[in-house]
Design a protein around this ligand. Structure first.
Ligand code: AMP
Length: 448
């Protein structure tokens, strides 16, 4: 789209846009405007930096007529205090042209001052879910006039564990309302959330564009299970010369911790992990070390990796196959940046083959298959999720027939054994020093 004139934007808004120096709408703005104006529910898939804030604010502001109503008519929920401030600031840029009353509320600050601000009346309230809920419960804020609700960065909110608060708030809102949601990544959790609260939403997506596929060499290995994937990964990462800066994507926090433990045992301080259960300080340190090339390998979940400015990644390794092909594009887009060459490797099991094919269809490209290296051990060990599930819970005598899973040790006991034997094999193969078990190894390394 060449200019904002092509959208049905009011004169007033056009002046404001010209003032901001914006020449034409970004793709997400061009696509969202008429959908939001039409009043249907909308799901937008877009990352920060695509202009997504104005993508929802432009049509909302244009539609917001002057009113003496004290209670807010538009609610914007975002996951962090920083985003509250940022969104309020963006809205205020339009203040010169339309008298919009906007208030930002977030936790960690004095609630009484926010109560006073709310009592004065507002058109738009921008909030983190926890504080918003507190204000509603204490009756400082009424939600009965809300006509439109925007939930921004839903993936981050759900990953931070805000589902409960979000659900509570949505249930307090008038049923007749427009729901607008933005997420950078589609996850199963986001999908369930949409299903629960949205009515026939229109999806607008700009996630795929801009991934520099031509700079990225893509490879895939067929691997039978999690622990064999870990074995292959360890084998590949031995090659320090090529695997200079490696970002490894895993599907969730649990896999992140499990894989980190396995890699940590072998690569020690070369590897770090980030996910939303780690403290902020830990995450910041992990990212700083990775950027400063103090750690070579970073294990991450999709949601945590977004928003990170990571440069010069030599390899992106997909430890699982994302169910939503767009997420694969996000992941591999972390390498091959700024004209540099990058490599993306996908490890997939038989079960994940369909998801891999969806990705190939989306890219219109077949990922080059590499032979599984014969020297890598194929593990028979299965994670809890990979084990055959037992349906017959009432008949303990039948357990014998269920399969190998029942004869094995509990998950937490298994991990140690696997590590020990593996370490011995690998040590013979690569003559690498032990990192865990040899208690002095790290101490000495650090002490130097
Ligand atoms: P966002 O993705 O909403 O965080 O926006 C990223 C940045 O792009 C913000 O600093 C906006 O002010 C800016 N921006 C939004 N829309 C446009 C546009 N149409 N043209 C140029 N810059 C824009």
């Amino acid at each position: 789209m060449e200019s904002f004139n092509e959208l049905n934007i009011s004169k007033q808004m056009q002046y404001a846009i010209a003032d901001l120096g914006f020449e034409k709408p970004t793709p997400i703005q061009a696509q969202s405007f008429s959908v939001i104006m039409s009043g249907t529910d909308m799901v937008g898939i877009a990352q920060t930096g695509t202009g997504k804030t104005f993508a929802y604010m432009l049509p909302i502001l244009q539609d917001l007529k002057f009113s003496k109503e004290t209670n807010p008519r538009v609610l914007v929920m975002v996951p962090t205090r920083e985003l509250v401030l940022q969104v309020v600031e963006e809205i205020e840029k339009f203040g010169k042209y339309a008298s919009i009353r906007v208030i930002g509320v977030f936790g960690g600050t004095n609630i009484n001052r926010q109560k006073e601000a709310v009592a004065e009346g507002a058109d738009i309230i921008v909030a983190t879910p926890g504080r918003l809920y507190d204000l509603v419960v204490s009756r400082a804020l009424q939600l009965k006039a809300i006509k439109k609700v925007v939930i921004d960065e839903v993936d981050v909110m759900l990953d931070l564990g805000f589902r409960f608060q979000l659900t509570n708030i949505l249930e307090l809102l008038p049923t007749k309302r427009q729901n607008i949601m933005f997420s950078a990544t589609m996850t199963d959790e986001v999908n369930v959330f949409i299903h629960d609260f949205f009515i026939a939403p229109t999806t607008v997506s700009v996630a795929v564009s801009g991934t520099p596929l031509e700079n990225i060499s893509q490879f895939a290995y067929a691997v039978p299970n999690f622990y064999t994937k870990a074995n292959l990964l360890k084998h590949l990462l031995q090659n320090e010369k090529d695997f200079k800066k490696v970002l490894i994507f895993v599907p969730n926090k649990k896999s992140a911790d499990l894989l980190f433990d396995i890699l940590d045992e072998f690569f020690g301080s070369e590897v770090a992990v980030i996910h939303s259960n780690k403290t902020q300080n830990y995450r910041i340190r992990s990212i700083e070390n990775f950027n400063a090339e103090k750690t070579r390998i970073l294990v991450t979940t999709d949601v945590m990796a977004r928003g990170l400015d990571l440069d010069q990644i030599s390899h992106v390794i997909n430890f699982d196959v994302p169910n939503f092909p767009e997420n694969y594009m996000h992941r591999i887009g972390r390498t091959g940046r700024a004209e540099q060459d990058g490599t993306a490797i996908l490890l997939y099991t038989e079960k994940e083959n369909d998801a891999k094919e969806s990705i190939e269809t989306l890219m219109d490209l077949k990922i080059k298959e590499l032979d599984f290296p014969s020297e890598v051990e194929i593990s028979k060990q299965l994670t809890y999720e990979e084990q055959p599930q037992v349906v017959e819970i009432n008949n303990p005598n039948n357990m014998e027939e269920v399969g190998p899973a029942f004869h094995e040790k509990k998950e937490k006991n298994k991990k140690e054994n696997q590590g020990g034997s593996y370490k011995r094999i690998i040590k013979q193969k690569y003559k690498k020093p032990k990192t865990r078990g040899d208690k002095n190894f790290r101490k000495n390394k650090r002490g130097k």
